[in-house]
Design a protein around this ligand. Structure first.
Ligand code: PLP
Length: 363
């Protein structure tokens, strides 16, 4: 049997007719940028998140870059980021000339909230947790630290749409929440797309300006902006996805439970989940010591997996000037060497899931 880690066509086919109708509506409208589809998506996404504002953008990376910029963070400022994360969160900081300060991961594979305070300096402006794999970071502790030290809280929600901590939705704890709608995400577009959410009127307005060349009125450029607008086609498609997002989450949760109940191989470790967190399982990470052998074995058996992430940002070539080393962050380094993401997505057939469990248990 051949099993892929994600098959986007299957997810699309679950609601094919609705997606096709939405795409044709957007195409037939004759209006493709900054129109009614984007406006209504912003309204629906803000309502879903229970916040005042959503500003629709071109990608999750842009959401992070513009969030940091709109908050006035720049050269000389420091932002505390997790060592175990995707590079885009760090790009959000460095694209603004600010300095990322890494914090190692905890046993849950999230930013270790107990190690944040030791990284705070007079230059620290914000903490930027990444709710990795679909689990929330430890938001009780992180919000308390931000409050105590007067720091801004920027949440990277690229992987966690709908996840909660202590019953509260991720993306709504801090000053601003940054979402990606990259096609594989819990809410995925059919191209690049992203958004920020916030309850701060001025901040929302600033990101709105930044995404459109810094202008409210055509040719009146108030601030130095960029072009980062979500197009009408993606907005129309995302509205369909948003309507069905909870079903997809339920399906992935069911698949995650099947893995937890079925995987019985002491060489394959499933990381724990915080008691207060409701995971949405964007990914299903496991840890395996001899990863290369394990991956080769899975491949021989037709199972294709992914690794998140083999080269963490603190040792990325582009950040060599930060002077970080693998040994600086032992947990993140372990995860970079041992993590394997098993197939999980809305539309994954049960027989493929059972096959993956069976093959792993025979390893
Ligand atoms: C944690 C995290 N942050 C940010 C991003 C960037 O999002 P995008 O690909 O939409 O720019 C991604 C996704 O790829 C991500 O996984």
């Amino acid at each position: 049997m051949n099993v892929n880690s994600v098959v986007l066509k299957r997810t699309f086919e679950l609601h094919k007719a609705e997606y096709e109708e939405a795409a044709l509506r957007a195409l037939n409208s004759g209006w493709y940028i900054l129109g009614k589809e984007m406006e209504s998506f912003e309204k629906e996404f803000a309502e879903w998140a229970g916040v005042k504002h959503c500003v629709a953008l071109n990608s999750g990376t842009d959401a992070l870059i513009l969030a940091v910029r709109a908050l006035g963070i720049g050269p000389g400022d420091e932002v505390i980021v997790p060592a175990n994360a995707y590079i885009a969160s760090v790009i959000g900081v460095t694209e603004n000339g600010a300095t990322p300060v890494f914090v190692d991961a905890d046993e849950y594979m999230e930013m270790d909230a107990d190690r944040i305070e030791e990284k705070i300096t007079p230059h620290t402006k914000a903490v930027l947790p990444v709710h990795l794999f679909g689990q929330s970071s430890r938001m009780d502790k992180i919000t308390e630290i931000c409050r105590k030290h007067g720091l801004l809280l920027i949440e990277d929600c690229a992987q966690c749409h709908g996840s909660t901590y202590g019953g509260q939705l991720t993306g709504t704890f801090g000053t601003i929440g940054c979402f990606s709608f990259y096609p594989t995400k819990p809410l995925g577009a059919f191209g690049d797309a992203g958004a920020i959410v916030t309850n701060d009127d001025e901040l929302a307005e600033r990101v709105r300006l930044l995404r459109n060349y810094g202008s409210r009125i055509k040719y009146h450029n108030e601030i130095n902006g960029v072009n980062s607008r979500m197009d009408e086609l993606q907005a129309a498609l995302l509205k369909v996805g948003l309507k069905h997002m909870a079903e997809g989450t339920e399906e992935r949760r069911r698949q995650a439970e099947a893995y937890k109940a079925g995987l019985r191989n002491p060489k394959v470790i499933i990381p724990p989940v915080y008691a207060a967190a409701e995971h949405v399982y964007h990914l299903f990470p496991v840890l395996v010591r001899d990863r290369e052998n394990f991956l080769a074995y899975l491949k021989e058996n037709g199972i294709h997996t992914q690794v998140h992430y083999p080269i963490p940002p603190y040792v990325a070539d582009c950040y060599a000037d930060l002077g970080c080393h693998w040994e600086d962050f032992p947990n993140a380094t372990r995860y970079a060497r041992e993590e394997v993401s098993l197939p999980i997505y809305a539309g994954l057939p049960d027989e493929e899931l059972r096959y993956v469990i069976d093959v792993i248990n025979r390893y």
